[in-house]
Ligand binder design. Structure first.
Ligand code: C5P
Length: 403
């Protein structure tokens, strides 16, 4: 799976840096092209000459030398994957906070490819809340952790903190590329017409003000792109957000309010096979929209609100045999109980439960942590990128026979 892949290896200054030689050799033997970046500290543990000889490419350590500037943007775009191994506590902190004092961090900030990081440090450093927070932060940006292993450490202590064995790191990368290749060739949603609602809604109060929420539409856009990649024709009814998609197979229908979203969804539902209702729809709207900007007065302002139509309930009610409706539930308490109730009340086929309290999950993040709930089972998933979460949801949808 690694043949022909372009890999950047970032090496930071840990005693485990010597293992980077084995990683480079393994990657090259598997047919990958490797370019190595080292921090200054890494050069105290392994020489650039060793790594340039094994990788058959020059090794870079600073953003510039006396004579030239290294184009980190170009390198970041060149790679199919960026592996940082070993990643020390300091390097994790710099990556998590964008402290760009080496080529290793500069390329990380410019890279568009998936990033994998394999930490290595002493057991107490690994357990420290500062490290824990930095690891979680990096995962919440969508980077992949290659977890430490347990055993004897350079300090003489025994515990978690060892760099994953080079062969485990190589296997991790190979598995990632195998899964990605699988996904690309998968056309299990061919012939399906999938309606997706996404983003927030804006409910006008007067000509300049509205009530809205913090949804960005990222999860729904990821679902639309993943479904189209798997062969579906997608109509994405998207509330007001700065994000969108230009992916082939996805028609974007921009809307503003809950009622506009409802009208577009209901109109398209008879022609659709599936609906995934991901939008954070306002439950209420102001009873009237003031024709002029509301002026401030001395006292309090009370705004009367009325219920918005429920798109999920309406589509669930009008379901033909074979049509599937998937809902989302963002719950701050009693998640499972509320999800089950919505499943029944709105006649949904399954519900995607996520909690805004999980670090890295929910509005605005690139990652999400979900639990799929249907009438018979509850399936929790780990924190993943929204694209990977989208594929987990679509796997469940594709499990059902095509109508
Ligand atoms: O009842 P609650 O708003 O928590 O239900 C969430 C689910 O219902 C989500 O799938 C959401 O997109 C959908 N919904 C809807 N129309 C509404 C309110 C929620 O489609 N007016």
């Amino acid at each position: 799976m690694l043949a022909g892949k372009k890999i950047i290896l970032g090496v930071s200054g840990s005693i485990a840096a010597y293992k980077s030689a084995l990683i480079v050799r393994g990657l090259v033997r598997a047919g990958a092209e490797v370019k190595v970046l080292m921090t200054q500290a890494a050069a105290d543990f392994i020489t650039p000459l060793t790594l340039s000889t094994l990788s058959r490419n020059p090794v870079t350590s600073s953003v510039h030398t006396d004579e030239s500037w290294n184009n980190h943007v170009e390198l970041g775009l060149w790679a199919d994957a960026y592996l940082i191994a070993p990643a020390t506590a300091t390097t994790l902190a710099k990556l998590a906070h964008g402290i760009c004092d080496s080529a290793l961090v500069a390329v990380y900030l410019s890279a568009r490819c998936p990033v994998f990081f394999a930490p290595a440090m002493d057991v107490d450093m690994w357990r420290h809340p500062a490290t824990r927070t930095n690891v979680e932060r990096l995962q919440s940006f969508g980077n992949h952790l290659i977890d430490v292993e347990e055993g004897e450490l350079a300090s003489g202590l025994t515990g978690a903190g060892r760099l994953a064995e080079p062969e485990h790191i190589l296997q991790h990368l190979a598995d990632y590329f195998a899964e990605a290749a699988n996904r690309t060739s998968l056309q299990d949603l061919a012939g399906r017409r999938v309606l997706i609602t996404a983003g927030p809604t804006h409910e006008d109060l007067d000509p300049v003000r509205y009530l809205g929420n913090r949804s960005t539409g990222k999860m729904g856009i990821a679902l639309a792109e993943a479904a189209a990649a798997r062969g579906a024709r997608v109509e994405l009814i998207l509330g007001p957000t700065s994000l969108t998609t230009t992916q082939a197979g996805v028609t974007v229908v921009p809307v503003r309010s809950a009622r506009e979203m409802y009208a577009e969804a209901v109109d398209r539902w008879p022609e659709s096979t599936d609906a995934i209702l991901c939008a954070a729809v306002a439950d209420y709207r102001p009873a009237t929209v003031a024709p002029e900007k509301i002026k401030k007065g001395d006292g309090e302002l009370t705004v009367a609100m009325v219920r918005n139509p429920d798109i999920a309930a309406e589509l669930g009610r009008g379901k033909r045999p074979g049509q599937r409706v998937v809902g989302f539930a963002l719950e701050t308490e009693n998640g499972l109980e509320n999800a089950r109730r919505k499943l029944i009340d709105k006649s949904l086929d399954f519900i995607v439960l996520n909690s805004p309290r999980t670090p890295g999950a929910g509005f605005g993040h690139d990652t999400n942590q979900i639990t799929l709930v249907d009438r018979n089972k509850v399936t929790p998933f780990e924190l993943k990128t929204k694209r990977a979460v989208a594929d987990d949801i679509l796997d469940r949808l594709a499990d059902n026979p095509t109508p």
